[in-house]
Ligand binder design. Structure first.
Ligand code: AP5
Length: 219
């Protein structure tokens, strides 16, 4: 059973690593970004509220995110553990998460902070392709699909994300810089934070994450 948060800037590889950990550990990847994009596609009230924030590269308000996560973490599959991808992002969300976990009677095992320099983040995001059907993630130069423009897993047509336009990338990085430090400090003080180098090939990052989490859960 593992309960882990993946922190890191836009493009650090949170989604890529969370999908790999889901397969390795048999616990759900819970991505607030994927949940919000699904709500936008479904045209729900949540999606309509979130869309403007997301396209502009701003954070969706904390109360919206916390309501969504309270419902998601109470579902039966999350009782096996989870990898949280992109949540929490603010101190208020971290405090809200603590309250949700306390009510569920469970605790976090580790918080992994993926570190990647900014010029590499911009390079990665500028060439990202995603599958709108199954959320698989590709990169034109470093992780291309086998058939150009088609998802390896489900065959759907790959798309660029609306928020991977240069001005939205710039704003997402600014917002991340302004919110990340207090969150990192909080988890460092709780002895849960593990910095992991996200610059190497994806499988070496995956091994480093697993080593950090195994060391924490063995204590
Ligand atoms: P979200 O979808 O979570 O976006 P993000 O945090 O900006 O992160 P990304 O998905 O862009 O990057 P990632 O770290 O997952 O990297 P990936 O694996 O894709 O959120 C979107 C929006 O929703 C937010 O801006 C906000 O509006 C809203 N939102 C979501 N959660 C919220 C919250 N909690 N509170 C408020 N608002 C919220 O990889 C990136 C690229 O790099 C890919 O092309 C990939 O193939 C490539 N890559 C990955 N690893 C490597 C590697 N090792 N080497 C080379 N390339 C690699």
């Amino acid at each position: 059973m593992k309960r882990v948060i993946l922190l890191g800037p836009p493009g650090a590889g949170k989604g890529t690593q969370a999908q790999a950990l889901q397969a390795r550990w048999g616990v759900p990847q819970i991505s607030t970004g994927d949940m919000l994009r699904q709500a936008v596609r479904d045209g729900t009230a949540l999606g309509r509220r979130a869309q403007g924030y997301m396209n502009a590269g701003e954070y969706v308000p904390d109360d919206v995110i916390l309501d969504m996560m309270q419902e998601r973490l109470a579902r039966p599959d999350a009782a096996r553990g989870f990898v949280l991808d992109g949540f929490p992002r603010t101190l208020a969300q971290a405090e809200g998460l603590d309250r949700i976990l306390e009510r569920l009677g469970v605790a976090l095992d580790a918080v992994v902070d993926l570190e990647v320099p900014e010029e590499e983040l911009v390079r990665r995001l500028s060439g990202r392709l995603v599958c709108p059907e199954c959320e698989a993630i590709y990169q034109r130069d470093t992780q291309p699909p086998k058939t150009p423009g088609r998802c390896d897993r489900c065959g759907a047509e790959l798309v660029e994300r609306e928020d991977d336009r240069p001005e939205a990338i710039r704003r997402r990085l600014e917002v991340y810089r302004s919110e990340a430090e207090p969150l990192q400090r909080r988890y460092r003080e709780q002895g849960l934070l593990h910095a992991v180098n996200g610059m190497g090939p994806g499988d070496s990052t995956l091994r480093e994450i697993e080593r950090s989490v195994d060391a924490e859960t063995a204590r």
